[in-house]
Design a protein around this ligand. Structure first.
Ligand SMILES: [Zn+2]
Length: 137
């Protein structure tokens, strides 16, 4: 009886480690021992299965309630309304525009808008050649 590997005490110890095993926190030697015990012990395997379902149910419950607390939402809205925050957020936008030669960007945007119709494209090309001719005189 002294050689019996499935002692109830070992079962209790293994079961106390099951939550850590499920969470993936049980590594190394203790993880190996508990996993090996669960494979050999149907009682502990059933307990692991039960705890797995419980934790899966808990995480499903958490996923089903994604709404942030109302005070957090109110805080975010209040922050978004602050002019200081908006000004700070506009800084990288302003930097991007000044670095990308605004007059060229505007021309590209105009061409893009006109080119959506063949007539618009022809009008833009015609207008450009007229302005060139005018500039030459
Ligand atoms: Zn066991």
């Amino acid at each position: 009886m002294t050689d019996e590997p499935e002692l109830p005490r070992f079962c209790r110890e293994a079961r106390s480690q099951l939550p850590a095993l499920l969470a993936g926190d049980l590594t190394g030697w203790s993880g190996r021992v508990v996993r090996r015990h669960v494979r050999r012990c149907p009682d502990c395997a059933a307990e692991l299965d039960r705890q797995e379902h419980v934790s899966a149910g808990l995480s499903a419950l958490k996923e089903r309630a994604p709404e942030p607390p109302p005070e957090l939402l109110a805080g975010l809205l209040a922050q978004a309304r602050k002019p200081g925050l908006r000004g700070r957020a506009a800084v990288p936008v302003r930097g991007a525009v000044s670095g990308a030669r605004p007059e060229l960007s505007a021309a590209f945007l105009t061409v893009g808008a006109l080119a959506t119709t063949g007539l618009g494209w022809a009008a833009w090309r015609g207008g450009r050649s007229v302005s060139r001719r005018l500039r030459r005189h």
